[in-house]
Each structure stands twice: as structure tokens, then as C-alpha cells.
Design a protein around this ligand. Structure first.
Ligand code: TXA
Ligand code: MG
Length: 313
């Protein structure tokens, strides 16, 4: 298949309406979208990404009115989150309506719903005229794409179209909150922090693996966010042991000369650059990436979550 590159949301949306799959920018990472109600199209996403069929997709909406067709009910806490954080980097897991095909939710009776922020994403979704299910637009297991070049690197020839936008503003995937139980449970941390969620719904809590007999976020089982190089978490660049074919990313500059080194001015900057840095190190054939730990509050919690996953082998 030939992959069309465009910066027009109208052109990109035409592919969705014709049953195709389209990569598009959001404020978090690039997504790979299909019409949620078109089973064939949704199946193409799983094939293109080589994504395991047991990993459910998030439905992206242009406005709040589209949520009604996806869900049977929006409980009170979810409504509060919508008011406070939509559009934005937050996904709410809600009970799915019968009209949502099972393939989109990996057989679950719930569906993740999110309204991305950002003009291009909004225009695109509006033109699609339907909710668009989209995982991150990377090959399964690779770091999520934060610019369109990366999408092309992973998916050229296996998607219909790439909507070219800017590099993404946040660089980490959305916060996922399960709103189907008696209290909201954070399944994946992101730029909407646990502190911010608690301000809106105080009994919101973070999921722990021993919470439940079921694994509530199937995607968390799969290996994620990892470059090919070995990721080593350090508190300070002084802990760097190896400089040959090695890289550093963090907030303090290392004294030793590294093959690649990225010193970030803020946690936001660190988060925004992390996944592209991982890929850059892989293209350069580096073997070790030292990542400096950050304080675990706000966006720092999400960043540390991704760093720990990348470091786990
Ligand atoms: O920022 C984002 O969320 C990006 C952009 C494109 O919106 N999307 C993204 O999708 O990161 P993906 O598929 O790479 O990650 C979705 C995560 C997975 O961990 C998945 O298991 C979880 O959300 N998820 C999706 N639907 C769920 C559901 N119904 N119940 C529990 N977890 C769900
Ligand atoms: Mg992903």
C-alpha cells in the first residue's frame, strides 16, 4: 500500500470515512486511527502495528456529544473529569455500548474514551464525523511516536495516510482512569497527574497489581516504551559507568563525554524528548542509555513510570 502524506485534516479524514487507517497527531503522541464502528478498518490497525488482539483501543472524539454513542452511562466522577480535563491528555474507561464492535475493545465490556486537545487533531476528528479508535502509531513494543517522521519509520507502506503535524506537545501517552467501579482508579499515569485528579474526585487512587483478580489494563502486561539499548536508571550522572556506545538523558549535565547526551531544562522538556531520544540512540546503534530519575510528582510520576518500564527487561 502507498502511504499518503498530507497536512490537510480534510484529506486525512477522507481515508477514515473510506474505511482506511490514518496516523494523526495529538498533544500526547501520534495515534493510528480507524472508524470505531468499522470492524474491518479496526482490524487493519492491529495488523499494521502487529499489536496483540488482547490490547484494547482508545476511542477519540471531537466533542463530548460523541461519547453518548460509545457508552451506556457516564457516572458522576467521569462527568467531573470531563468538565475539568476534556479536551486534554486524559482517557476515561467507561461501560461500552452494544454498538461498539468487540474487536475495538479486545472483547472487554468497557471502552477508553478521550478528547485530544490541539487544533489539528480536533479538525481531523470533526471531519471524520465518527469517533476514531487509535493506539499509538508505532510498531507494537517500540517507543510511541512523537513526530510524523517516526510514524513513517515504523508504518510506511502499512497505513493509508499520515497527517503531518508538529512534534507532540507532551510526548507521553494519556493518563488512563477506570471510571467503572465505585472509585476512579488510575491505570496509567500521564500529564493529567494523580494530584490534579484527586482535586476533582478526592477518592481517586492509583491501581496496584494486587488490587484485583483481573488485570484491569491489558496493555500494561505487554512490553512497552523500550528502546533496543539497555536503559539504566540513575539518580545522578555521576553514576555513569560506561561511556562507550552510551547515552545520557536527564536534568544535570554529565561530566564525562557520551556518544549522545541530552540535558533537559524541565521535566516537561524531558518527557517531550524521551521517546525520540530512545529512537535516536537505537538508530545510532548505542548499547546503553542512562536516564536520570526525577521527583515523582505531577508529570514526574508519568515520566518515572515510562523510565521504569523501559529499564525493566
Ligand atoms: O495518549 C494516548 O493515550 C495515545 C494517543 C494516540 O491518544 N494512545 C495510546 O494508545 O497510548 P495505546 O493503545 O498505545 O495505549 C492505550 C492504553 C493501553 O495500556 C490499554 O490497555 C489501555 O489504554 N486501555 C484501552 N482501553 C482500555 C479499557 N477498556 N480498559 C482498560 N484499559 C484500556
Ligand atoms: Mg502504545
Amino acid at each position: 500500500m502507498k502511504t499518503e502524506l498530507t497536512d490537510s485534516p480534510e484529506i486525512a479524514a477522507r481515508f477514515i470515512r473510506a474505511g482506511g487507517i490514518v496516523a494523526f497527531p495529538t498533544e500526547t503522541v501520534y495515534g493510528l486511527g480507524a472508524d470505531v464502528f468499522n470492524e474491518e478498518a479496526v482490524a487493519k490497525i492491529f495488523r499494521a502495528k502487529r499489536r496483540p488482539a488482547d490490547n484494547p483501543l482508545i476511542a477519540h472524539v471531537a466533542d463530548v456529544s460523541q461519547i453518548a454513542r460509545l457508552t451506556v452511562a457516564v457516572p458522576a466522577p467521569a462527568r467531573l473529569f470531563i468538565e475539568a480535563f476534556f479536551p486534554g491528555p486524559l482517557t476515561l474507561v467507561l461501560r461500552r455500548s452494544e454498538s461498539v464492535p468487540l474487536i475495538a475493545t479486545a472483547g472487554l465490556d468497557t471502552i477508553g474514551v478521550r478528547m485530544p486537545r490541539g487544533e489539528l487533531a480536533h479538525e481531523f476528528l470533526r471531519e471524520c464525523g465518527t469517533p476514531v479508535v487509535a493506539p499509538s502509531a508505532n510498531l507494537s513494543g517500540r517507543p510511541s511516536p512523537t513526530n510524523w517522521h517516526t510514524v513513517l519509520e515504523d508504518l510506511d507502506g502499512s497505513v493509508d495516510c499520515i497527517l503531518k503535524g508538529e512534534a507532540t506537545e507532551i510526548g507521553l501517552e494519556s493518563t488512563v482512569v477506570d471510571c467503572t467501579g465505585s472509585t476512579p482508579v488510575v491505570l496509567r499515569s500521564g500529564a493529567v497527574s494523580i494530584e490534579a485528579l484527586k482535586e476533582v474526585v478526592p477518592d481517586t487512587r492509583v491501581y496496584r497489581p494486587d488490587d484485583d483478580d483481573v488485570f484491569r489494563s491489558p496493555g500494561m502486561r505487554h512490553r512497552h516504551y523500550a528502546p533496543n539499548a539497555v536503559v539504566v536508571l540513575v539518580d545522578s550522572p555521576d553514576e555513569i559507568a560506561e561511556t562507550e556506545l552510551a547515552a545520557f538523558i536527564g536534568m544535570d549535565g554529565p561530566e564525562r563525554k557520551m556518544d549522545r547526551s541530552l540535558v533537559c531544562g524541565s521535566v516537561e522538556d524531558y518527557a517531550r524528548n524521551l521517546f525520540a531520544f530512545f529512537r535516536d540512540c537505537d538508530s545510532a546503534g548505542l548499547r546503553t542509555i542512562y536516564c536520570q530519575a526525577v521527583e515523582e510528582t505531577g508529570l514526574g510520576s508519568a515520566l518515572m513510570d515510562r523510565l521504569r518500564r523501559a529499564a525493566a527487561r
